[in-house]
Ligand binder design. Structure first.
Ligand SMILES: [Zn+2]
Length: 235
């Protein structure tokens, strides 16, 4: 892997994507967090055309774009293919993770599906910073697997000391806690890349005709409600 080979990446306005992708990414739509507060979902994404390019592009010295676009089978099927989409704020997350890495003096390993998760991800019932591309679940630091109270609390403390912008989740087994990773997030940051011209207003899809795939998603959500209690950490 060549570390410094120049590579370009396309920035897209999710309102320009096809209906299915807009229905999944929900640009500009409002979602509620676990406390009922409303947050507006990001609109501008990096379009990642292939695994090869994702491994080539470095966001920082030690973090490649590929580490932020690894998805699991709970993600919307369309987002399990390439091109993949990740909110542009992921670059800021990588910057903070680089500081965290330096403070920890250890390499940090992001879990599969531990970075960006779309609003269509099956565990995404409430807004979490993962939907903004501004959260990462770290499962290993150096040779330490982050599964014990001691290890998670140690690295939580290091992450929190990096900046007031960084939030972690306390160790524990309930929703809103973490017991097999260190969760770090920067909150609901949306980034507008400097390449973008903001001259076009768009209306979130709530006011547009609904498409068949959206109906399917609503059914999914209803079916999932009963499961919400047993899902451990959605954050
Ligand atoms: Zn998390």
């Amino acid at each position: 892997m060549s570390e410094r080979e120049p590579a370009t990446i396309k920035v897209v306005d999710a309102f320009d994507l096809d209906d299915e992708l807009r229905g999944i990414l929900k640009p500009g739509e409002m979602v509620r967090d676990a406390q009922g507060r409303r947050h507006r979902l990001p609109r501008y994404f990096y379009e990642v055309p292939s695994h090869e390019l994702a491994t080539k592009i470095r966001l920082t010295q030690h973090f490649g774009l590929n580490e932020f676009v690894l998805v699991d089978l709970k993600e919307a099927p369309r987002l399990q293919q390439f091109p993949r989409y990740v909110p542009c704020a992921v670059r800021m997350l990588a910057f903070y993770l680089e500081q965290f890495r330096a403070a920890a003096g250890a390499s940090l390993h992001i879990a599969v599906n531990g970075a960006y998760r779309s609003p269509a991800h099956k565990l995404a019932s409430n807004a979490t910073a993962h939907m903004w591309g501004t959260a990462a679940d770290i499962y290993r630091a150096g040779s330490t697997i982050l599964r014990t109270k001691e290890a998670i609390e140690k690295y939580n403390e290091i992450a929190e000391d990096v900046s007031e912008d960084v939030r972690v989740l306390p160790y524990g087994h309930a929703i809103g806690n973490a017991d097999d990773h260190v969760h770090v997030d920067l909150g609901y940051i949306t980034m507008i890349p400097r390449e973008i011209s903001e001259d076009r207003m768009e209306v979130p899809q709530e006011t547009r005709p609904r498409f068949a795939f959206e109906e399917r998603r609503r059914t999914d959500r209803r079916g999932r409600n009963g499961e919400a209690e047993v899902l451990r950490t959605e954050d």
